[in-house]
Ligand binder design. Structure first.
Ligand code: BTN
Length: 272
C-alpha cells in the first residue's frame, strides 16, 4: 500500500503553475481534514491552505454521516478559503465547489480523445444538488462545506472533498450507491496528480465565484444537473426538480404546478 506523498503533490502543483494549495500539510492519518483546516483557519491560515491525509479516523459527511476513509486508496482533502463576499451571498459556493470537483473527474473519465466522436462522454459525470458528484449514477465524490461567519462577513470557508480513487469495494451499506475511479476503469492515475488538479480547480472556482457569484457557472450547472426531471422530496417539498436558480436554490415544481425554490436540504429521489 502506497502512502500519499506530499512532496509529489508539491511537484505537481508547481508543474501546473498553481499558486493555490499552499501551505500544504499531508498527514498519514488524521481525525478529519476538515477539522485540521478549521483549526488552522481559526489560527490565521491563509486562503489556499490545504490539508490532506492518507486516512481519516473520523471522516464526516453532510448531515452528521461518516465518510469511509481507509488508508492507501482515496483522497481526503480540505482547503481554507477566504472569499471576499458578504455572508448572505456565500452559500452557493458549495455548488461551485461541486462543479470544480466534477470538472476534474470529468476530464479523467471522458477526455476528448476517448470520446466516441472526439468529445463524447463514456461515463456521465453529474452534480446532484447541492454538491454530490455522481459518475454513472453512483457517488464518486462528496463535498462538505463549512463556513465560519463573523457578523455580516465571511471569516473562512472550509471545503472538504472526499474522492474515491483506487477503492475496489465499499462496505455493504455503501456498495450499491458508491463508485471509484478504479471501478469505472480509470486506474493508475496517482492520487498526488489528482490532488493537485483538485486544488487548482478549487482555487480557480473560488476566484471566479468571488468575481461573479453563480453567473459564470450557469451553463455548467444546467449541463451537469442530475436531478432535473426527477421526482424528488426535499425540505418537505415534493415535486419534479426543475433546475437551479441564480441564487443556487433547487427549483421543484409541485403537483399544483407551483415552482418552489429550496435553499437547503437533503434530496430524496422518489423516481427517475
Ligand atoms: C458528503 O457527501 O456527505 C460529504 C463528504 C465529505 C468528505 C470529505 S473527506 C475530506 C473532508 N474531511 C472530512 O471529514 N470530510 C470531508
Amino acid at each position: 500500500m502506497r502512502r500519499l506523498d506530499g512532496e509529489a503533490i508539491e511537484r505537481e502543483l508547481s508543474r501546473l503553475g498553481a499558486s493555490f494549495g499552499r501551505p500544504l500539510a499531508v498527514a498519514a492519518e488524521t481525525s478529519s481534514t476538515n477539522d485540521d483546516a478549521r483549526s488552522a483557519a481559526a489560527a490565521g491560515a491563509p486562503h489556499g491552505a490545504a490539508f490532506l491525509a492518507d486516512a481519516q479516523t473520523q471522516g464526516r459527511g453532510r448531515g452528521g454521516r461518516s465518510w469511509h476513509s481507509p488508508p492507501g486508496e482515496n483522497l481526503y482533502l480540505s482547503v481554507v478559503l477566504r472569499p471576499r463576499v458578504p455572508a448572505t451571498r456565500v452559500a452557493p459556493i458549495a455548488l461551485v465547489m461541486g462543479l470544480a470537483v466534477a470538472s476534474v473527474v470529468e476530464r479523467r473519465l471522458a477526455p476528448p480523445s476517448r470520446g466516441a466522436s472526439g468529445g463524447g462522454s463514456i461515463v456521465e459525470v453529474r452534480l446532484k444538488w447541492p454538491n454530490d458528484v455522481l459518475a454513472g449514477g453512483r457517488k464518486l465524490a462528496g463535498i462538505l462545506v463549512e463556513a465560519q461567519l463573523r457578523g455580516e462577513s465571511v471569516s473562512s470557508v472550509i471545503v472538504g472533498v472526499g474522492l474515491n480513487v483506487h477503492a475496489s469495494s465499499f462496505p455493504p451499506d455503501l456498495s450499491a450507491r458508491a463508485t471509484s475511479l478504479a471501478m469505472l476503469g480509470i486506474d493508475g492515475v496517482p492520487r498526488e496528480l489528482l490532488a493537485a488538479e483538485l486544488l487548482q480547480a478549487i482555487g480557480d472556482a473560488a476566484a471566479r465565484f468571488e468575481a461573479g457569484e453563480l453567473a459564470p457557472f450557469a451553463e455548467d450547472l444546467a449541463r451537469m444537473d442530475w436531478l432535473r426531471g426527477r421526482r424528488v422530496e426535499v425540505a418537505g417539498v415534493i415535486g419534479v426538480a426543475a433546475g437551479i436558480d441564480p441564487d443556487g436554490h433547487l427549483l421543484v415544481r409541485g403537483a399544483d404546478g407551483v415552482l418552489r425554490a429550496v435553499a437547503a436540504g437533503e434530496v430524496s429521489v422518489i423516481s427517475s
